[in-house]
Design a protein around this ligand. Structure first.
Ligand code: T4K
Length: 367
């Protein structure tokens, strides 16, 4: 069986000394030595000073809203994992779904204006599949209307443009370190703040709002990353470059082999960006010999579990059939992408025979 992803892991024996240290010190959570070291090593790697580790990205997206006093309508993308909108709704806010740009599949800034209401207080776009949003246009719309911008950057760890890590965009950005991501701590997340004050507030909020042993300034939550997850992250960092390199070879192989297949489109990336090769979405149009779903089933029947990230669209979930969760009437581009997309298996350890098999099954889709 070949799944859409398969987590990379450091050698097991490298974890043993770190576990011994935890057993000796009995410091298992609440910002211990591994947590501090991972924050500082990530800060160095990303070139960003104000980072806060989290137990996962979903809670971090919620804390970001709380820290920025977001309340009311939040303009967001319908084309994402459920967690983007869930984090908005769990915070007591209303997701308002805006169509995506047909090329990047990131929130289309031109859609923001018509969705603004008196209660709009933030924009939460996604850098989809590690492609960066039109950050300047989004910033302009936000500044003009006094809105906060929180990027769901869950797909964009290890993505850099000419100015550095793309996690620097927005008032805050959130990354997932889930098992399925390019860099994983089993479960985990990261919140990037713009200022030291913001980071301080975020760190309080993720620790129940505690300022000191006896003072609680905010209604915080438990968003802390444990020492075990942080230790795994430290080990993973040493293998990150190698993992991204291996991913890039898989990406290159797919691109070479799938180019020219009628009815199969691939996502283009900005040449100037340093990519992380997190996903390999293909888009199956009417010109392909079989439908997207038939191809999905065909691959599955041969043990290849590609995934339809992101189908259905979030506003199509039963949970979002509520009057306060408004959506643009058409969401044309998002709907089309959701109908056409199939994310192919992509992980560092995919072997050449496995890749060859995947490409063959796509090229001969079982007519
Ligand atoms: N925003 C965006 C845009 C996101 O993509 C995500 C997460 C979030 C927010 C929330 O971040 P976190 O709160 O999770 O930090 C998976 C992941 O569970 C989810 O984290 C991820 N996005 C999403 C895109 O993919 P599922 O429901 O597809 O997971 P699952 O269990 O079907 O796993 C997919 C494949 O990965 C499996 O077929 C096998 C493989 N796998 C999975 C796990 C968990 C492994 O080999 N080992 C594993 O431990 O959502």
């Amino acid at each position: 069986m070949i799944t859409v992803t398969r987590p990379s892991l450091p050698p097991l024996q490298d974890l043993i000394p770190l576990l011994e240290q935890m057993w000796d010190t009995r410091i298992l959570s609440n910002g211990g030595a591994f947590h501090q070291e991972l924050e500082s090593r990530l800060s160095e790697y990303l070139g960003l000073p104000h980072l806060s580790l989290f137990c996962n990205a979903t809670i971090a997206l919620m804390v970001a809203q709380k820290a920025l006093s977001v309340s009311g309508d939040v303009i967001t993308t319908p084309y994402s994992f459920a967690a983007t909108a869930h984090a908005i709704a769990w915070s007591g806010n209303n997701p308002v779904f805006c169509d995506v740009d047909p090329e990047t599949l990131c929130l289309d800034p031109r859609g923001i204006g018509p969705l603004l209401t008196e209660s709009t207080s933030a924009i939460m776009p996604l850098h989809c599949y590690g492609r960066t949003c039109q950050v300047d246009a989004i910033r302009e719309a936000a500044e003009k209307n006094q809105l906060s911008v929180i990027y769901d950057a869950c797909h964009s760890f290890a993505v850099f443009d000419a100015g550095g890590s793309v996690l620097r965009y927005g008032d805050m950005a959130v990354v997932s370190f889930h098992a399925t991501k390019v860099f994983n701590t089993f479960e985990g997340g990261l919140l990037v703040s713009s200022t030291a004050e913001q980071k301080q507030q975020v760190d309080r909020l993720k620790n129940f709002g505690f300022v000191s042993e006896t003072e609680v300034s905010d209604i915080g939550i438990n968003g802390k990353m444990s020492e075990l997850n942080a230790a795994i992250g430290l080990l993973q960092l040493d293998y990150l470059q190698e993992a991204v390199k291996k991913r890039s070879l898989v990406d290159a192989y797919y691109r070479e082999q799938l180019t020219g297949i009628r009815g199969l489109n691939m996502m283009a990336y900005e040449a100037a960006e340093q990519r992380n090769f997190a996903y390999f979405p293909i888009f199956i149009t009417e010109e392909f010999p079989v439908s997207r779903d038939a191809l999905y089933e065909h691959l599955k029947a041969h043990g290849i579990y590609a995934r339809r990230y992101f189908y259905p669209l979030i506003p199509e979930y039963e949970a979002y059939q509520r009057p306060e969760c408004t959506a643009m009437p058409e969401l044309r581009n998002a709907r089309l992408a959701a109908q056409q997309v199939l994310c192919l298996p992509l992980y560092p350890d995919l072997t050449q025979p496995e890749l060859k098999g995947i490409v063959q099954f796509i090229s001969n889709p079982g007519l």
